[in-house]
Design a protein around this ligand. Structure first.
Ligand code: PEP
Ligand code: MG
Length: 616
């Protein structure tokens, strides 16, 4: 932590004028293709505006004792100002729930004692001025998420959240000294190292054609906001700032994750046609959202949503999800110094269950540890955190925290179709110990005279190879299974799920993973318990068809993928999917499995795989 740094990066700061002069003679330059990540679907053509990094100047001043109270009051006023600004942005966003809920989370973070107490201590004890205290507190909280090498999308996002909130606070403290927001005179493609959600939202009234950022992933908030605003985006385009100059003509393809700098006339014509086709196609897919999921032969396949924040439950329903297949509760423990209380959790779980009406909701108990850091737990440093104290292992070591969560979940069962699931179960004794605590929670809730449902299903994730191998034994004791292929891949193929360099190896289509999925599915069917999948594999149209062939009839995925997967499943019969699944189990590589899937279903899913719909 460098307390003496005179300035700090502000990837969210945007200039009021282009940061570079327009390039001349762009039309003469050869087309150049940049490859990034498809952040938000759609295709756009237009001129670039490069908004490079700006520094928010942070002045360091030592205070005299009599100035301290006023400085603390100044920070508190800045918190209110920052919240008002965010509310303005939120109001401008109109009806989009997805963006509004991100901004609401920021409003709460601005009041978080973990940040404000830290800032106040620096002012009162270290006698640092407000800007200095906020900048330093931000650095410290970000550092608590581990070293910058940790690139897990979830952690990167949490760091980004802290930086963004502190940036807003600094801007409020700086007042007129902070850079003005971006104003565009003509339809423009904004190119930046990174964009915060509120900066993206702040441009909602500006004629932005597309976004390109150098950093970010598909799950980064920039991408989520761009998707909510229905603006094409390519994120993670590593060299964008080096290769693109203000005024360059660009084609941004948010479906393939590519950018063409200085496109030719044919590229531009083709991009405009694809843009029109994509818009019409996405609209058509969403129109079918109320149709229940089923194969071409009429076999029902439930399509549900994975949710991380309570307000996302409504989003799930908006996309036609038939329930919530995975509600991750980690967010409750993150960015805070104290544990969430039973009442707080009960309120949140109840709201989620009520938001989806009669639809089923599977709540997962906390999956903290490994790559999922939480400040409210004092976790020991481990050489191999992914193989260490994580999820149910941590829950069993801290039974009071676990019981509090279980009681809150049990109480919420009085309000809807609620199921409880435990992550990372490795052995039967672990499941038994967790179940015993669940029974105790039920007993305590009843003893306190609080209502709850009878026979709440208590299931487990199958995401450790031992659980898949022993699935027949687990099926006798768990109420249901949910396949977590993200971790199953990590543990079965021995590839760190956060590794970018080994991402190729980490394929859920690897035949070893398919065999584990198949074994667990057969065990569930034989044991007469339901089985679903909530790993990211289910949101890939080809993989979803394969999963049906492997016996799955319940798939859970990010809400936005539901309409697409519903359409994919509806074009395939169970018999066809089973034939491909059988052949896949005998393949020698993930690449061969993908080839098989393309051969079998590639043509009929071509519109979904490309995102453009059928030829006009
Ligand atoms: C999984 O591991 O597949 C899963 C759904 O859980 P998470 O991604 O939260 O670890
Ligand atoms: Mg997992």
């Amino acid at each position: 932590m460098s307390g003496d740094r005179g300035s700090r990066d502000s990837s969210t700061a945007l200039p009021s004028a282009p940061s570079q002069p327009p390039s001349s003679g762009a039309a003469l330059e050869a087309p150049l293709v940049l490859v990034g990540i498809a952040g938000s679907p759609g295709v756009a053509v237009g001129p670039a505006l490069v908004v490079g990094d700006l520094k928010l100047q942070v002045v360091h001043k030592h205070l005299h004792a009599p100035q301290v109270d006023d400085e603390v009051a100044r920070v508190k006023a800045a918190v209110r100002l920052a919240q008002d600004t965010l509310r303005d942005v939120s109001a401008k966003m109109g009806a989009s729930r997805e963006t509004t809920l991100i901004l609401e989370a920021y409003l709460l973070m601005l009041e978080d004692p973990m940040l404000l107490d830290r800032v106040e201590r620096k002012i009162r004890v270290d006698k640092k001025n407000g800007e200095w205290a906020v900048a330093e507190a931000s650095d410290e909280i970000v550092a608590a998420f581990g070293t910058p090498e940790i690139r897990d999308a979830y952690i990167v996002e949490r760091r980004h959240d802290v930086e963004f909130v502190c940036d807003r606070l600094l801007r409020a403290l700086l007042g007129d000294a902070a850079p003005a927001p971006l104003r565009l005179d003509e339809p423009t493609i904004v190119v930046a190292r990174d964009l915060s959600p509120a900066d993206t939202a702040g441009m909602v009234r500006e004629p932005v054609l597309a976004f390109i950022t150098e950093v970010g992933s598909r799950t980064s908030h920039t991408a989520i906001m761009a998707r909510a605003l229905e603006i094409p985006a390519v994120v993670g385009a590593t060299d964008a700032l080096k290769r693109i100059r203000t005024g360059d003509t660009l084609v941004v393809d948010g479906l393939s994750g590519t950018v063409i700098v200085h496109p030719g006339a044919v590229d531009v014509r083709d991009a405009k046609l694809r843009s029109r086709r994509h818009i019409a196609f996405a609209k058509r897919l969403l129109e079918a959202k109320d149709r229940p999921g089923a194969t071409a032969c009429g076999e029902r396949v439930a399509l549900k949503a994975n949710v991380e924040l309570p307000a996302e439950a409504i989003l799930a329903v908006d996309h036609g999800a038939e329930g919530i297949g995975l509600y991750r509760t980690e967010f409750l423990y993150i960015d805070r110094a104290t544990m969430p209380t039973e009442e707080e959790q009960y309120g949140i779980y109840r709201a989620v269950v009520e938001a989806v009406g009669h639809r089923p909701v599977t709540l997962r108990t906390f999956d903290i540890g490994g790559d999922k850091f939480a400040s409210s737990f004092q976790l020991p440093a481990e050489m191999n955190p992914a193989l260490g104290l994580r999820a149910v292992r941590l829950a069993l070591k801290q039974p009071d925290v676990f019981l509090t969560q279980l009681r809150a979940m049990v109480r919420a069962s009085a309000h809807g179709d609620l199921r409880i699931m435990v992550p990372m179960v490795t052995t039967l004794p672990e499941l038994r110990a967790a179940r015993e605590l669940f029974h105790r929670a039920v007993y305590e809730v009843r003893a306190a005279g609080q209502p709850c449902r009878d026979n709440i299903p208590f299931g487990m994730m199958i995401e450790v190879p031992s659980a898949a191998i022993m699935a027949d034994a687990f099926a006798r004791e768990a109420s249901f299974f949910s396949l977590g292929t993200n971790d199953l891949v990590q543990y079965a193929l021995a590839v760190d799920r956060t590794s970018q360099s080994l991402a190729e190896l980490a394929s859920p289509l690897d035949p070893s993973i398919l065999r584990l999925v198949h074994a667990a599915t057969r065990a569930a069917v034989a044991g007469r318990i339901p089985i679903s999948i909530c790993g990211a594999m289910a949101s890939d149209p080809l993989a979803a068809c394969l999963l049906v062939g492997l016996g799955l009839r319940d798939l859970s995925m990010e809400a936005a993928a539901v309409p697409e997967i519903k359409a994919a499943i509806a074009r395939v019969t169970v018999a066809e999917a089973e034939t491909v699944a059988e052949a896949s189990l005998q393949c020698d590589s993930a690449a061969r499995v993908r080839e098989l899937l393309h051969e079998a279903f590639g043509d009929r899913l071509a519109d979904l795989l490309s995102g453009y719909g059928a030829d006009p």
